[in-house]
Design a binder for this molecule. Structure first.
Ligand code: RM4
Ligand code: MN
Length: 384
């Protein structure tokens, strides 16, 4: 297979929430033309697929993306040329969850959090989604606030209840985050904790690696290699960070890190659609326009992938085996320093796409159209 053949098979999943308004804890800046409902979010996501050709799925977030009729939403997605991807639960915006959700000391709050996932599983059934994605905001702000260990036990029990409710073709994918919203201790702070819970649950539980959820300086590609080795890397939530969970465009802060991650993926054969790794974006576009922001992000992932595919694997193995430190490093750096934009432009043309997706989107007039048409109603955003 040529590099272009491999790139043609790659797919990247878009988050519905990237198209709604978002912001910092100080301010949400509204943008004109932003979707008012999940139908409009899907229509915008379909634009990204239209110009990149590699973004055919949209993750939904429940309850942000609640609709009356999910068969109808799935039909709408199909009409737009995309399908529904992972279903994300939301345990971080309900007053009852102030002290935790799946780990809460009160059995009734835990039961409520579990029941929310049963609702998400119903959405999966109606939309054909196969991934239930959990991100747990639970944790402690102060030593002694609750028992670290008892919370793990409660978490294991809650997760087991959710896992038992899945259909045989469903996967549970479990995210981790080292801090925020809790500051002393998160209940799933790291990949090891997520992996332990996944191993206890069964072979359809996988870890989600959100690139923004690590301490500065963490070697993320090591985690990728380790999870692939264990067969438990279920998905990425791609984004960029300079400081905390910045949710910036993937590849914007540190394209070299993204390349190193994709290098591990390519080396392990995990780019193949059958590998079970779902390449998702989890980003918010607070100040930049959202649709081209997503297009740029998709292109950044493609560029990092193309560079990773350029690494001469045979020569690298030879250099590594011979202990040729400079040679091995040189092979990796040569690939990273190659300008792959012409290769990707050719690829797009071979697929009948414009070689310049952002330019083509801008020229399409879609941005002006949604500003003119989406008047009135409530713009979608965090909490809406
Ligand atoms: C969280 C986490 C989740 C996403 C939300 C929007 O920080 O990364 O994946 O559902 O943000
Ligand atoms: Mn995430």
């Amino acid at each position: 297979m040529t590099i272009q053949d491999v790139l043609r098979q790659q797919t990247i999943e878009l988050p519905s929430w990237a198209f709604g308004n978002s912001g910092t804890r100080f301010k949400v800046f509204a943008q004109q033309g932003v979707p008012r409902d999940p139908y409009e979010k899907i229509a915008d996501a379909a634009q990204v697929h239209r110009y990149t050709g590699v973004a055919p799925r949209v993750s939904l977030h429940i309850p942000w993306d609640l609709v009356d009729d999910y068969d109808d939403l799935a039909r709408h997605a199909k009409e737009q040329g995309v399908s529904i991807g992972a279903i994300n639960s939301n345990l971080f915006q309900d007053d009852d969850y102030m002290l935790g959700s799946l780990t809460h000391p009160s059995a009734s709050v835990r039961a409520k959090a579990v029941a929310h996932h049963l609702q998400c599983i119903d959405v999966m059934r109606a939309t054909g989604s196969t991934d239930l994605k959990l991100w747990l905001p639970d944790g402690l702000n102060y030593p002694g606030q609750d028992s670290l260990r008892a919370r793990q036990d409660r978490l294991a029990d809650s997760l087991a209840e959710i896992y038992a409710a899945l259909d045989p073709n469903h996967r549970l994918i479990l995210e981790y985050k080292f801090f925020e919203p809790a500051f002393y201790s998160m209940d799933i702070p790291d990949w090891g904790t997520s992996l332990l819970h996944c191993l206890a649950l069964g072979d359809r539980a996988f870890v989600v690696l959100d690139t923004g959820h690590h301490a500065p300086g963490t070697n993320i590609e090591f985690i990728v290699a380790q999870l692939l080795r264990a067969g438990r890397l279920g998905a990425f939530d791609f984004n960029s960070r300079f400081y905390a969970d910045d949710d910036l465009m993937v590849g914007s802060a540190d394209p070299f890190q993204l390349f190193r991650i994709m290098h591990e993926i390519v080396q392990s054969g995990a780019l193949a659609p059958t590998s079970g790794v779902n390449f998702m974006l989890d980003q918010c576009h607070n100040i930049e326009p959202k649709i081209p922001g997503q297009i740029r992000s998709v292109m950044n992932v493609q560029e990092a992938t193309a560079k990773a595919l350029l690494v001469d694997a045979d020569a690298l193995l030879e250099a590594q085996t011979a202990g040729d430190v400079l040679g091995a490093n040189g092979l990796v750096m040569d690939a990273f320093n190659t300008d792959v934009r012409p290769l990707l432009a050719d690829l797009r043309e071979s697929q009948g796409l414009d070689p310049d997706p952002i330019g083509a989107y801008k020229a399409s007039g879609y941005a002006e159209k949604i500003v003119a048409e989406r008047v009135g109603g409530n713009q979608a955003g965090w909490g809406a």
